[in-house]
Design a protein around this ligand. Sequence first.
Ligand code: GLP
Length: 242
Amino acid sequence: MNLMIASDYDDMSLKAANLILAQVTMKPDSVLGLATGSTPIGTYQQLIERFHAGDVDFSRVRTVNLDEYRGLTREDPQSYYYFMQEHLFSHINIAPDASFIPDGMNDDVQAVCDAYEETIRGLGGVDLQLLGLGNNGHIGFNEPGEVFEKETHCVDLAQSTIEANARFFASVDDVPTQAYTMGIQTIMNAKKILVIVNGAGKAEILKKAFYGPVTPEVPASILQMHPDVTVIADETACGGLL
Ligand code: GLP
């Protein structure tokens, strides 16, 4: 694991965007695995700025997102489909049919999961997967549990995740209780992984995930087994390590 320490959120975002730009520059038809949450917003902002500066061309890039809430329409401002349009896709020259996210409105769980795995396989796999880190160590929506779930699946969100994500909704009761998420194996199959972490609130889980035992109780800990992981964390998140 390669740990890059950033001075603050903006520096973390800049460093992450630089690595994504390097990936797209080296391989213009890269398959990028993308994440939602508040952590990557600054990274996406940097990508937009660099696109407008003429530093990068996304026209051949394909993307797959980690996860989507179950039961939210694409038009719902809280859906991850909407999030990606708002924070990245509508601002860059990515082809409209080149971005994929699980279909949160399809109730046929098996069909959604099989189709998503097939989509990722059909693209030739993920070249670079961007990840945030949940407060409880989740990646995508792979919640702590007894086993590592392998492929895309429907998950019951942990109460702590529902509470953490309530800040984006009118009330905690509006937060969906289920989501579709890439599995741990799906994520581990990515050729490269880039994890971004910021803030004192993530210090303890960052230490557990990357310096503690590998256990499904801390889903991100599996990343210790991946051959090409870069973690970019700001100084406050690194508080427990230094
Ligand atoms: C969300 C997402 C994750 C994200 C995590 C952290 O629930 N499903 O992909 O990494 O929680 O979110 P944040 O970046 O807002 O701390």
